[in-house]
Design a binder for this molecule. Structure first.
Ligand SMILES: [Zn+2]
Length: 128
């Protein structure tokens, strides 16, 4: 079972890389990441890009079937913001987790304290 799962993982990685190369060939390295996530990466029906996309999708399904319980095994920790005590903020910084629960800084608190740049990235020099 483990070997089948490993083979399916490799097959998916290979198909994903093939699709990645097809996207780069179509949109260029600079726009490849956008095209991957905004739907253009699916390509036109009958195009090499669409074929690579569909092969990747099939490999992904096979991978899921080979390890059906994988997503059930992964439990997110309970996180509490160290500044405002908010429970499990969807976006957070600096998680500290022990034994399945822990603390973090929620993005609202980080933004309120001026720790983020315009893109929402942590400014240099801020320690949490
Ligand atoms: Zn907070």
């Amino acid at each position: 079972m483990e070997d089948a799962s490993y083979a399916a993982t490799l097959a998916f990685n290979t198909a994903d890389l093939d699709w990645h190369h097809a996207i780069i060939a179509e949109f260029g390295a600079h726009h490849g990441i956008d095209a991957r996530y905004d739907g253009r990466g699916r390509g036109e029906i009958g195009s090499p890009l669409r074929e690579a996309h569909d092969r990747r999708g099939a490999a992904r399904l096979a991978w899921d079937r080979a390890r059906p319980a994988a997503c059930d095994l992964f439990t997110l920790p309970d996180l509490t913001c160290r500044k405002c005590d908010r429970q499990n903020p969807g976006v957070y910084l600096a998680p500290v987790v022990m034994d399945g629960s822990g603390t973090c800084i929620c993005m609202d608190c980080a933004a309120a304290r001026g720790w983020l740049d315009k893109s929402g990235n942590l400014l240099p020099g801020v320690t949490l």
